[in-house]
Design a protein around this ligand. Structure first.
Ligand code: NAI
Ligand code: MG
Length: 358
């Protein structure tokens, strides 16, 4: 039996997660999956109820789960509260408490949505990149950090640090994933300026020796940012640290047109994972029933693939999404003339039905 914890969160989170759970229930039936679902509070919803964006009870359930399906957190309601209690801190603590060091962010352009990209069709058509971002180290977590007074002025400081073992394990994840894809890995660094990434480059190169079939390349982050918009199809898997990965994965996401289409996975060493859409809680459209649930549904597909090791179920869910796009159904964020605009629930129902009929 596998345990899946559902954390809907704030804003559109509960709306989109509902649709993914609907699809999960169809998958359970159809494939005879032995999955037990549980639910808990996180983010602003947890702050309101218990004064903490990651209550102990939620963390306990998360530790006991094999996988977590996460909506989104945050919103203007909680912007003014003290830094340590902001909803976003709940997610950061969850990731680090569970040791979810490998963040997988695919950027795939669906042929049905080729119009949605801001780049020329010939530059992006068939785009299928996987960004592997280190998620629990680097400058986001390095100590010391803070803001202090020094010589009569304020000084802000953070520490950029990676241990060799942190570098090795993320490189390994990237190589393993690339072996199942196009066997090309581009490691992104700033080795010309930053010692941390000089070592990164060395360690990744050493680790690659165990994967003779992999074609490894290295690129400075500034060049990678340019190449992603100039010729994104040159990439297969990109592996990089936390900060560079945060920026490059958002950039890659935009190549595909809509943030409403992008799933993600964050994995630990044992394939336990947290699965969530790349977007936030979209307070501007929350409660309207218009949010695109597909990023969350495709995050569920990743959950099946990586944590439950049911690639067949993942493939079926992704095929159901494609079928619905083929039918011309579009939420507002991906709507173009000649297609049919639908709401969150109708989109979820359509995917569930397509999966049931597959
Ligand atoms: P956002 O991703 O929530 O929204 C950006 C824009 O994209 C908005 O116009 C929104 O309506 C649209 N959008 C997002 N998801 C969509 C979907 N599924 N369907 C249709 N349209 C969608 O980012 P924003 O506005 O910067 O942040 C809003 C809140 O979300 C903030 O409190 C932020 O801290 C939080 N946030 C939470 C994240 C998480 O839970 N992992 C990640 C990013 C932001
Ligand atoms: Mg980001």
């Amino acid at each position: 039996m596998s345990k899946v914890l559902v954390l809907p969160g704030d804003g559109i989170g509960p709306e989109i997660v509902d649709e993914a759970v609907k699809v999960l229930n169809v998958a359970k039936q159809k494939f005879g999956l032995d999955v037990e679902l549980d639910e808990a509070l996180v983010g602003g919803a947890a702050v309101d109820a218990e004064g903490d964006p990651l209550p102990e009870g939620t963390l306990e359930k998360a530790r006991a789960a094999d996988a977590i399906l996460f909506g989104s957190i945050g919103g203007p309601k909680w912007d003014a509260i003290e830094r340590g209690k902001r909803p976003e801190r709940g997610l950061l603590r969850l990731r680090s408490s569970l040791g979810l060091f490998a963040n997988l962010r695919p950027a795939i352009l669906f042929p049905q949505l080729a119009d949605a990209s801001s780049l020329k069709p010939e530059v992006v058509s068939g785009l299928d990149i996987l960004i592997v971002r280190e998620l629990t180290g680097g400058i986001y977590f390095g100590q010391p950090r803070g803001i202090k007074e020094e010589n009569g002025e304020r000084v802000g400081f953070n520490t950029y640090v990676y241990t060799e073992s942190e570098m090795r394990r993320i490189a390994k994840v990237a190589f393993e994933l690339a072996m199942k894809r196009d066997k090309r890995v581009c490691s992104v660094d700033k080795a010309n300026v930053l010692e941390v990434t000089e070592l990164w480059k060395e360690v990744v190169t050493e680790e690659a020796k165990a994967y003779p079939e992999i074609e490894l390349s290295h690129m400075y982050v500034d060049n990678a940012a340019m190449q992603l918009v100039r010729a994104p199809k040159q990439f297969d898997v990109i592996v990089t640290g936390n900060l560079f990965g945060d920026i490059l994965s958002d950039e890659a996401a935009m190549l595909t047109g809509s943030i409403g289409m992008l799933p993600s996975a964050s994995l630990d060493e044992n394939r336990k994972g947290l699965y969530e859409p790349c977007h936030g809680s979209a307070p501007d459209i929350a409660g309207q029933g218009t949010a695109n649930p597909l990023a969350t549904i495709m995050s569920l597909a990743m959950l099946m693939r990586y944590s439950l090791e049911r690639g067949d179920v993942a493939d079926a869910i992704e095929a159901a999404v494609e079928r619905v796009l083929d039918q011309g159904l579009r939420t507002a964020d991906i709507y173009t003339e000649g297609t049919r605009k639908v709401g969150t629930e109708e989109m979820g129902n359509a995917v569930a039905e397509a999966l049931a009929q597959a």
